[in-house]
Design a protein around this ligand. Structure first.
Ligand code: FES
Length: 147
């Protein structure tokens, strides 16, 4: 056997011996992905934690894009401190709305739709209100009911 033939056989042998490890590695990645997906599926009509009161007090809002399966914006209504939770996705084309506490509006930066703090349309082009969620505080946890 010449040197070239020997090296090709070594290469084939190395590849063949690595194949089971490659297959196992690929399989475990799929399993982890499936597990992550099933763990993030929120239960309907149950409250899930979207953040904590410290984060809410420091930033003035909580924007959570995972916990409920929707993107949720939580903030306190000025003066009353009542908790409010609405979808952050503008009903016009899906951009994230931003809280303007001075104007007491939720404003979409994409095409300037405006919503009242309870999610009602205040300025077009959006024509549908933002979905609102039940929200409560338990200890430091801010909880939103999945719909
Ligand atoms: S996406 Fe919000 S106004 Fe168009």
């Amino acid at each position: 056997m010449d040197r070239r033939t020997f090296l090709s056989w070594v290469g084939v042998g190395t590849l063949a011996s690595s194949l089971p490890a490659i297959i196992v590695a690929c399989s475990s990645e799929e399993t982890e992905t499936e597990t992550e997906t099933s763990n993030t599926t929120p239960p309907k009509n149950e409250f899930v934690e979207v953040g904590n009161s410290e984060e809410l007090d420091i930033r003035g809002f909580i924007l959570n894009k995972d916990a409920t399966g929707e993107s949720v914006l939580v903030f306190r209504k000025p003066k009353t401190s009542e908790l409010i939770a609405v979808t952050s996705k503008c009903t016009h084309a899906g951009c994230d709305v931003e809280l303007d506490t001075d104007a007491q509006l939720l404003i979409c930066p994409c095409h300037n739709s405006k919503f009242t703090l309870d999610g009602s349309v205040a300025n077009k082009p959006a024509t549908k209100p933002l979905a609102s969620y039940e929200v409560k505080q338990e200890g430091n946890s801010i909880l939103v009911k999945v719909i």
